[in-house]
Design a protein around this ligand. Structure first.
Ligand code: KIV
Ligand code: ZN
Length: 404
């Protein structure tokens, strides 16, 4: 069975969207989590963007030993040199060079001819291969490019030494049938070149990023580019958790395997929300608060008799704590700590005390304290936005601690 490689671009495409920027320490922390999650490639950033960005990519490259670390560069000298400098400490570096190939981008944005584009691809991919063990080439806006020109570009990049050829649906315009057809065309044009991996990179402008990526896998793509929680430019990139779980749950249909450790998915999603302060919508597939919640009586009845009636994914399989904990005004600090740890957070005593005070305040207003409330308190405590003085836990409360 073939393996589909996961190329995570949370730290690059994800990070460059509004509200998601991360500092060096945050990038390194998330990169370690991505490594634990089993992603094959971590795209750490776009080093030419700023000195700080270059240092962040360098710090990630120095820390990560197992996964490959990629750095993005346009097909021009200053970008390639910056990316190579950032990748210098990497155990397994990948230089990722891109150039737009649609006439719209060539004419309106880059103001170069097709021939000039071909020359730039050839020159900078070749140069990259002389200085880095592995080079990926991306044809930006590939899905809106003239297919014959795209084939020429792919051929040129392969001739220059790129072994990963990425075919982005940069503006999320394609449909699954169209996108899959491009992969068939590129694969048959390149012929039998076993060293070449075709890669899918999809944006979600029409809500099709995951469907398009899966269509590419069906058509022979063996790398998918994605982000945690589907963050990324505009409506985002294909979501890593949705892709990984779809390929696992429907493995007999797709007939491929991945290296993703599914049980790390939930905590990776939570870590990203915690770092950026942006939570996922409750109805988000796989990691949303309601993804494994059942309220309707008929569904609850079915779940109690056999979870398969209404669940196609076991919550524990993706690291979602299966046990439900009802937190109310009789709950104790220990129950609160346990639940918060199940949600993927380890708090200091002071942070826990603040969350406890906030939770008790809410419970006193005669409300159950939900996971979403807890996550809000955790994020606020981490950002110093909760009152430090909180009521003590009474013996009666401690005795009444309960996990249901
Ligand atoms: O969406 C896109 O085309 C990109 C490339 C730089 C890979 O992010
Ligand atoms: Zn992109």
């Amino acid at each position: 069975m073939d393996t589909v490689q996961f190329f995570d671009t949370t730290l690059r495409d994800g990070e460059q969207s509004p509200g998601f920027s991360m500092n060096q320490g945050e990038k390194v922390r998330l990169a370690r989590k991505l490594d634990e999650l089993g992603v094959d490639v971590i795209e750490a950033g776009f080093p030419v963007a700023s000195a700080g960005e270059l240092e962040s990519v360098r710090a990630v490259a120095a820390q990560i030993q197992r996964a490959r670390v990629a750095a993005l560069a346009r097909a021009r000298r200053e970008d390639v040199e910056a990316a190579l400098a950032a990748l210098e400490p990497a155990a397994r570096p990948r230089l990722h060079i891109f150039l737009a190939t649609s006439d719209l981008h060539l004419q309106a944005k880059l103001r170069i001819s097709r021939q000039e584009a071909l020359d730039a691809v050839s020159r900078w991919v070749r140069y990259g291969c002389e200085h880095c063990a592995e080079v990926e080439f991306s044809a930006e806006d590939a899905s809106r490019s003239d297919i014959r020109f795209l084939l020429d570009v792919m051929e040129t990049a392969a001739e220059a030494g790129a072994t990963i050829l990425n075919i982005p649906d940069t503006v999320g315009y394609s449909t699954p049938e169209e996108y899959g057809a491009i992969f068939h065309r590129v694969r048959s044009h390149l012929g039998r070149r076993d060293e070449i991996i075709l890669s899918a990179h999809c944006h979600n402008d029409l809500g099709l990023a995951v469907a398009n990526s899966l269509a590419a896998v069906r058509a022979g793509a063996r790398q998918v580019e994605c982000t945690i929680n589907g963050i990324g430019e505009r409506a985002g990139n294909a979501s890593l958790e949705e892709l990984a779980v779809a390929l696992a749950v429907r493995q007999s249909f797709f007939d491929v395997r991945t290296n993703i450790h599914l049980e790390e998915i939930y905590s990776a999603s939570r870590m990203l929300s915690e770092i950026t302060g942006v939570s996922v919508p409750p109805n988000k597939a796989v990691v949303g608060a309601n993804a494994f919640a059942h309220e309707a009586g008929i569904h609850q009845d079915g779940i109690l008799k056999n979870p398969l009636t209404y669940e196609i994914i076991r919550p524990e399989a993706v690291g979602v704590p299966a046990r439900r904990l009802v937190l109310g005004k009789h709950s104790g600090r220990n129950a609160l700590r346990t639940r918060i740890e199940e949600l993927g957070y380890r708090l200091s005593d002071a942070e826990l005390a603040q969350c406890y005070g906030a939770a008790m305040g809410l419970a006193d207003a005669a409300k159950d304290v939900t996971d979403r409330d807890l996550l809000t308190f955790v994020h606020q405590a981490r950002r110093g936005r909760l009152a430090p003085n909180v009521p003590g836990e009474s013996d009666a409360m401690a005795a009444a601690s309960k996990i249901q």
